[in-house]
Ligand binder design. Sequence first.
Ligand code: PLP
Length: 398
Amino acid sequence: MIRTLHRESSQAVVRPTFARIDLAALQANYRAVRAFVAPPAGGAQPPAVIAVVKANAYGHGAAAVARALEEAGAAMLACADIEEGVHLRRAGVRIPILVFGALSVSDLGGVFEHDLTPTVSSPSAARALHTVAARRGVRLRCHLKIDTGMNRFGFRYDNLRATLPAVLASRNLVFDAIYTHFATAEEAASPLFEQQQRRFDAAAAALPELGLAVRRRHAANSAALLGDRRTWLDAVRPGLLLYGAFPSGAPEPAAPRLRPVMSLHSRIVAVKGMRPGESCGYGARFTASRPLRIAVVPAGYADGLDVRMAGAGAVLVRGQRAPIVGSVCMDSITIDVSAIDVSPGDEVVLMGAQGDDSIGVGEVARWIGTVPHEILCRTGSRIERVYSGADAGEPAAG
Ligand SMILES: *Cc1c(COP(=O)(O)O)cnc(C)c1O
C-alpha cells in the first residue's frame, strides 16, 4: 500500500510562522480608550473615536480589524489613502472612512464611488476635488487639515487668509471638521506640542471670519490623548492604543488597561551543537566561546524581523528566553538554547506571552531603537494572520 506523506489539501495552508490576531482584545481596547476619554457622568458630549486602520491596520489585517471596530461602535475609521479606503468598503465597512493622505496622485473617483471622506490639505487637492464634485453635481463632505508645525500635510496655520478663501468658496465641498496632527506628542516637555495646540486654537477661532463655521475639531493621536486631555476636542484619533501598545513602549499608571492584539509564533525546526571557536550565520559575526546548543527558527527578515535583532533580542521557548544569536536571515534565525531543553517542533513565541514571561511590542521596538508602530507594521505579507474573537468566522482577508 502506498501512503502519501504530503497530501494536497483544500484547507488554508498556515506556515509554521504565523501571527495570531485577537479581535476580542482589539474590541476591549477600543472600549477602554472610549471610556478613558469619556468625561464624568453628566459632563459634556464625549469625543468620538476615529479608529485608525491605515497600513493594513498596523499589520493586523485591515478588513477583519475594521469590521471588528465597526461592530464595537467606532464612529469613524481612518486610513492613509483612497486605495486603502476602497479596500475597507470592499470588506463591507459601512461607517464613515476618513482618508488622511494627500490625494494628488490617486484616482479621485474612489472617493465618490465608495463614499470616502477625504482630507483637504492643499489648494490643489481642494481644486481637484471641487472639479470632480461639481461635475458629478454632489456636495462632498471633507475634513480640512491645518498644518500647525509638523510641516507635512495641511494648510499652514499662518497663511490661512491667503489660501482658504478660494477653497471655502466651493459650493461642492462641505467641511465637517478641521484637524491637525502633533509632531511631538510623545515628549511631555516639548514646547512644539504646546505651540501646535495654540496655533490650532487660533486657526479655529479665525475660520468663521473666513467663511467656515467650524463644526468639529480633532487633533489627538494615541500619545496626545494619553498625555493631555486638552487635545481631546470633538474626536480623538488613536491607532497604536487600539492594538494594545503604548507610544512610550510601556503603560503609565493612569493609562487605560490594554491587551496586545497581535502575537507572533513559530516552531523550532532544527537543533544542533556548536564547538568553541565556531561561528554561526552570515558574516560569521557570532562566535561560540564555549560549547553551545543552537536552534533554528523559520522566521527571518522576510517575515518582518529586523537584522538588528541579532545579538539584541530574544524569543520565548518553553517559557524561557533564548537570545537571538548569529544573523537574522531572510527566512530564519538562530537562537541560543544551551540553557533550555528543546526539541524540533517546540513552539517559539517571537512576540507575545508564553509560560510566565512575555515579550511585548514595546520591548521589541527598544531592541532596535524604533517605535512600536514600525514593529507591528513590518509584519511580513507572507505571514498568515489567524484571527480569534469577534470576527473569527470570517476569512482572513486583509
Ligand atoms: C497614524 C495617525 C494617527 C494615529 O497615530 P497613533 O500614534 O498610532 O495613535 C492619528 N492621526 C494621523 C493623522 C495619523 O497619521
